[in-house]
Design a protein. Structure first.
Length: 173
């Protein structure tokens, strides 16, 4: 049964279900418009070009492991920040997910493997383990929070992949 009220709403008599549902026509139109807009966002082309990259990161001449490298566009570079895992000192990205072409500030940081997943087994393991200080190399802030690293990401020429190298030092300057 169709019900109209003073607010020009459309609803149904759902009293048999213990529900009273009223949806305004304006809200319906807005929801449909938002759905069409969101669907259109997926088909839009990017206004920038990405590059395929690969590279290496070493800390005190040793390959860095369990870390990430982030490329943050600076100056006039247009595009999103991108981040890639570093495993055994190596990172890579194809052109579909790579950083935009241009100048980037680069941040490198360790990934805390112990706390990637918040589950009961990890908490129980921590509670049962003896309290010992974990010894792991640390990266100076100049490589992450206050990074001074930069990289120019260039367009691929003849399907060649740009190789970036980051030799890091734990020593203070």
């Amino acid at each position: 049964m169709l019900i109209r009220n003073q607010f020009d709403s459309v609803g149904c008599d759902c009293s048999g279900y213990g529900l009273g549902v009223l949806v305004s026509r304006r809200a319906s139109v807005l929801m449909i418009a938002a759905g069409i807009f969101a669907a259109g966002c997926d088909t839009a082309t990017e206004a920038f070009t990405r590059a395929e990259i690969k590279g290496s990161v070493k800390l005190d001449d040793q390959p860095l492991d369990n870390a990430t490298i982030r490329f943050i566009p600076i100056d006039n570079t247009i595009g999103p920040k991108t981040e890639f895992p570093i495993t055994q000192g190596e990172f890579a990205s194809d052109q579909t997910k790579g950083p935009p072409i241009g100048m980037h500030r680069v941040e490198i940081n360790f990934v805390d493997q112990e706390w990637q997943h918040d589950d009961e087994q990890a908490i129980e393991k921590l509670q049962q383990s003896p309290r010992t200080k974990i010894s792991r190399p640390t990266l100076p802030d100049r490589y992450h929070k206050l990074s001074t690293l930069t990289a120019i990401v260039e367009a691929s020429v003849d399907d060649t992949v740009q190789i970036l190298t980051f030799p890091l030092s734990s020593r203070t300057r």
